[in-house]
Design a protein around this ligand. Structure first.
Ligand SMILES: [Zn+2]
Length: 87
């Protein structure tokens, strides 16, 4: 049998158990592979590009908020619209 059995650490960082892997097996148990997939789906574990994009979005949002505050300070936004709201 030409199996490439070898000891490996489970790819799930929360498990990290030593197990005998057969072929490309990365997890000690299908449960671990599912657990990682679930965590990734929930956003607990993010791909690096995704994190970068989220940071960019956050920076953009912060700059917009800052611009809005400046506008308010300058009195560019009139609050009198409140009074003549028609329903
Ligand atoms: Zn495991």
């Amino acid at each position: 049998m030409a199996t490439r059995d070898r000891f490996r650490f489970c790819a799930d960082p929360k498990c990290a158990a030593l197990f005998l892997a057969r072929g490309p097996q990365a997890y000690c148990h299908p449960r671990c592979s599912q657990a990682v997939r679930t965590r990734t789906y929930r956003g607990e574990v993010r791909a690096p590009q995704e994190t970068e994009a989220a940071e960019k979005r956050e920076r953009f949002r912060r700059s917009r908020r800052e611009a809005y505050k400046q506008k308010l300070r300058r009195g560019g936004m009139k609050v009198q619209e409140y009074g003549r709201r028609e329903l």
